[in-house]
Design a protein around this ligand. Structure first.
Ligand SMILES: Nc1ncnc2c1ncn2[C@@H]1O[C@H](COP(=O)(O)OP(=O)(O)O)[C@@H](O)[C@H]1O
Ligand SMILES: [Mg+2]
Length: 312
C-alpha cells in the first residue's frame, strides 16, 4: 500500500514523526518532491535541531526559505527554535518585564534572573508558531514537516499545555494586580502585558486547533521492523491520540527483501515477525512498506526513486 490522501486540497500540513534514524527526513523530503511534481507549491520544513534537510536534498538549506534548484515548486527551510525564542524574548521584553514588575514584589534584578530562565516549551511553541505563520501567509499549497525524534516531537505537541499552565499562573498574578488597582483606583485599564498574555493564549490555542484539525493536518508515523522502534511508535501514536491528533497512516521503512544469502534470510525472518506484529498492533492504520535500499537515499535523484515506493 502507498501513502494516500496527501493531495487533498484542504490538507495543508503533513508531519512525519518517529524514532531517530527510521527515515523521517527521507519521507518528508520525498513527499515534498512528489507533491511538487504533482503541481503543488511545497515547503518542506525541519524542526529537528539536528537539521538534515540539506543532507537529504543534497543542497544547502538554512533558516531562510530556499527554492530547490532544478525542482519546480519545491522549497525548504530549517527552523531554529532557538532563534525563534530569542526573537520572542526581544519582541516581548517590555511586556514580560511589566508582567513581573506589576504582579510581584520582585526588583529589577529578580526580574532579570526570571527572564533568563527557560520558559517551559516556549522555544518549541515559537518554532511551531513560525510554521503556522507561514501557513497563514498562504504562499504554498502544502507544508511538510520533518519533526524531531519522538520524544522531542511529543514535547512540542504536549507543550502547548505546559505553556498554558505557565500563562495561567501569570494571568492569576495579573488578576491579583488588577484587583488591587481596581480597589484603589476604582478602574482598571488593560495594558500591553494583558495583551501579551492574550496573544500567548491565542497562539497556544491556534497550535492545538491546527494540529487537531484532521482535514487540514495529518501526522504520519514512520517506523522500522525492530522491537524498540515498534514500542516507541506505539507510545507516540497513543500520546498523539491523547492530545486529539489521530494518526491514520504508518510507514514501515527498511524492510529487507533479499533472501539469497544466509545472513539476509535470517534478518528477513526476524523482520517478517516484526512486520506481522506491526500489522496486528496497528490494524486500524494504513500501512506502507518501504524496502531497504542498497544505498543511502540522498539527493534529488534517489529521493525521486523513493517517491515511487512511497506513492506508487
Ligand atoms: N529505505 C531505505 N533504504 C536505505 N537507506 C535509507 C532508507 N530510508 C532512509 N535511509 C537512509 O537512512 C538514513 C536515516 O534516514 P533519515 O531519513 O535521515 O532518518 P530520520 O530523519 O528518521 O533520522 C539516511 O542516511 C537515509 O538516506
Ligand atoms: Mg531526520
Amino acid at each position: 500500500m502507498a501513502l494516500t490522501g496527501l493531495k487533498e486540497d484542504t490538507l495543508k500540513l503533513v508531519l512525519f514523526g518517529g524514532k531517530g534514524g527510521v527515515g523521517k527526513t527521507t519521507c518528508a523530503t520525498s513527499t515534498g518532491l512528489y507533491l511538487a511534481k504533482e503541481g503543488n507549491k511545497v515547503l518542506v520544513i525541519s524542526t529537528d535541531p539536528a537539521h538534515s534537510l540539506s543532507d537529504s536534498l543534497g543542497k544547502e538549506i538554512g533558516d531562510e526559505i530556499k527554492q530547490i534548484e532544478g525542482v519546480d515548486r519545491l522549497s525548504a527551510k530549517e527552523i531554529s527554535a532557538e532563534k525563534a525564542l530569542s526573537k520572542f524574548k526581544i519582541e516581548y521584553d517590555a511586556e514580560l518585564r511589566r508582567l513581573f514588575d506589576t504582579s510581584t514584589y520582585l526588583d529589577k534584578e529578580d526580574i532579570d534572573s526570571i527572564l533568563s530562565l527557560p520558559i517551559p516549551g516556549i522555544d518549541e511553541v515559537m518554532g511551531f508558531k513560525t510554521i503556522l505563520d507561514l501557513i497563514d501567509e498562504e504562499k504554498f499549497d502544502k507544508y511538510i514537516v520533518d519533526t524531531a525524534p519522538t520524544g522531542h516531537a511529543l514535547r512540542l505537541l504536549t507543550l502547548p499545555e505546559l505553556l498554558d499552565e505557565w500563562i495561567k499562573v501569570l494571568a492569576k498574578m495579573r488578576w491579583k494586580y488588577r484587583y488591587m488597582v481596581t480597589s484603589f483606583a476604582g478602574k482598571y485599564k488593560p495594558d500591553s502585558a494583558d495583551d501579551f498574555l492574550l496573544t500567548m493564549k491565542k497562539t497556544v490555542k491556534r497550535i492545538e486547533t491546527v494540529l487537531r484539525d484532521s482535514n487540514k493536518c495529518e501526522f504520519i508515523a514512520v517506523t522500522i521492523p525492530e522491537d524498540m522502534a515498534i514500542l516507541e511508535t506505539e507510545r507516540l501514536i497513543n500520546n498523539l491520540n491523547k492530545y486529539g491528533i489521530k494518526v491514520k497512516q504508518l510507514v514501515v521503512n527498511n524492510v529487507l527483501e533479499l533472501r539469497d544469502c544466509e545472513f539476509c534470510r535470517e534478518r528477513s525472518k526476524a523482520q517478517e515477525e516484526y512486520v506481522k506484529q506491526i500489522r496486528r498492533k496497528f490494524n486500524n492504520l494504513k500501512i506502507t512498506i518501504i524496502p531497504l535500499q542498497p544505498r543511502e537515499v540522498t539527493g534529488i535523484e534517489a529521493l525521486d526513486k523513493f517517491t515511487n515506493l512511497l506513492f506508487q
